[in-house]
Design a protein around this ligand. Structure first.
Ligand code: ASP
Ligand code: MG
Length: 479
């Protein structure tokens, strides 16, 4: 039987109640006769704090770095104190103390030298997943789950690009066979930290922020898993942000391509580039809610299922700045746009959207402090103006392709809102436009009302809506 890879994010292991909830979810899979392999993130916020500590140490701020480490030490010890049975506490707490001794030693070394390299940064930040995975494995054992802790660095082999290491698929597959398969076949539940890996020479590396999803996909790919489950704290991908649009629906199934567009535009459920290894092997990826384990979540598949509405979801990306450049003589001359993009490159500033006319270029970028310097450099090429507090609305769906009149419907729905820039992505599954940040909520609600009046029950979870309708019906006449 094929294993199922279950990845739990930081909020699913943030404290002892969360870890126990996670244990129950894994028990549920075992009870169904499935064979789980578990990947966990660091406890929530730990990675951020380790990064801050490393930075402080690199600046020579020894006491600042050690203070952060000390708070983390207490958090892990306190969690183990509540979570672990008396006969395991001694050994594990000793181990936690030792880990923090080595972390502190690294931090003291860094602050003495006053220099932080990507390699030492990875070393520091890897403690998050190393600690959480061992702690969760112990807790699982105490809950009767036959968990065995596996050091992720034995399985996830990468190159040496610290901070954003590139995995070696062939070696990972071999290591999965060597370290995980025998455990699974013996009825154990292998459990490891996400995010971290190692070079062939043994240097600790990391896969980039949010990298635990990536680990899950790599392990799932390496084991030819039945499915990969990404457990988070939301019910899956929604048709819109439910805080903005209370009648947003859960999207039951979405294609990889569609999920990728959404993630880029700010739907923070998962980073789809990281699940590519699984999609390429046709392994379904499910996004599930560890606080609501019975919910079916969202299934991400290689190909889109047929859907009668054009869009699957509406995302918004805020805090953008629009830069307008007007250069009547030069714009269409050879190499001009290249010169423009060289300036963005110099300032390491990513561009979201570009639109050009005969005499002007408009671009959008994340608002940041470098903008005045960037604009100064750009003014050597054109007359430049820029304006912040903008947002992109991004409508995603495989059915925009080949349908007539969709743009007209979209802009009719937001006809009361001032639209600055429009783009229909080359992918043909994304239609985006730029508006003022203050108009985002209104635009999302109007679009949602226009495009999800009669949602396809094959693709969207309409049960929540019908329950709400019944409640409203019953409530009629009361206040
Ligand atoms: N702990 C890492 C991070 O916060 C990886 C992850 O959570 O996926 O980026
Ligand atoms: Mg995450």
């Amino acid at each position: 039987m094929k294993p199922v890879v279950m990845k739990f994010g930081g909020t699913s292991v943030e404290d002892s109640p969360a870890i126990l909830r996670t244990a129950r979810i894994v028990q549920g899979r075992l009870a169904r006769g499935q064979r789980p392999v578990v990947v966990v993130s660091a406890m929530s916020k730990v990675t951020d704090q380790l990064l801050t500590a490393a930075k402080a140490a690199g600046r020579g701020d020894r006491s600042g770095a050690l203070a952060i480490s000390s708070r983390l030490r207490h958090r892990h010890c306190d969690t183990s104190e509540i979570l672990l049975p008396v006969h395991r506490k001694g050994e594990i707490q000793n181990w936690i103390q030792q880990e923090f001794e080595s972390l502190d030693e690294i931090l003291r070394g860094l602050s003495a030298v006053g220099e932080l390299t990507p390699r030492t940064n990875d070393m520091v930040v890897s403690f998050g997943e190393r600690l959480s995975s061992r702690l969760v494995a112990e807790a699982f054992c105490d809950q009767g789950i036959p968990a065995v802790h596996v050091d992720a660095r034995n399985c996830i082999v990468t190159d040496g690009q610290h901070g954003k290491a590139v995995p070696n698929d062939a070696l990972i597959e071999a290591r999965c066979g060597q370290y995980l398969r025998p455990l699974i076949e013996a009825g154990h539940v292998p459990l490891m930290g996400g995010f971290i890996g190692s070079t062939v020479e043994g240097a600790t590396t990391t896969l980039g922020r949010g990298g635990s999803d990536f680990t899950a996909a790599l392990i799932g790919g390496g084991l030819e898993a039945e499915a990969i489950e990404i457990w988070t704290d939301v019910n899956g991908i929604m048709t819109a942000d439910p805080r903005v649009c209370p009648d947003a629906l859960r999207v039951k199934t979405i294609s990889f391509e569609e999920a990728a567009e959404l993630a880029y535009f700010g739907a923070k459920v998962l980073h789809p580039a990281t699940i590519l290894p699984a999609v390429q092997k046709n392994i379904p990826v499910l996004v599930l809610n560890s606080r609501n384990a019975d919910n079916e979540g969202t299934r991400i598949t290689a190909l889109a299922t047929h859907c009668r509405s054009p869009f699957k979801s509406i995302a918004a990306k805020r805090r953008l700045t629009i830069i307008d450049m007007v250069a009547s003589r030069m714009l269409m001359s050879h190499g001009y746009l290249r010169a423009v993009f060289d300036v963005f490159d110099k300032h390491k500033c990513a561009v979201d959207m570009v639109s050009t006319s005969e005499v002007s270029v408009s671009l959008t970028v994340d608002s940041n402090e470098q903008l005045p310097a960037l604009a100064a450099d750009l003014s050597k090429l054109a007359d430049v103006t820029y304006e912040g507090r903008k947002a992109l609305i991004c409508m995603v769906g495989g059915n925009i392709r080949g349908q007539n009149g969709i743009a007209a419907q979209v802009f009719h729905a937001v006809r009361h809102i001032n639209v600055r820039m429009i783009s229909q992505g080359a992918s043909e599954i994304n239609m985006s436009f730029m508006i003022d940040e203050d108009d985002v909520d209104e635009a999302v609600r109007s679009l949602h009302a226009a495009f999800f009046v009669d949602p396809d029950p094959e693709v969207f979870d309409v049960s929540a809506r019908s329950e709400a309708a019944v409640q409203i019906g019953h409530g009629a006449g009361k206040t």
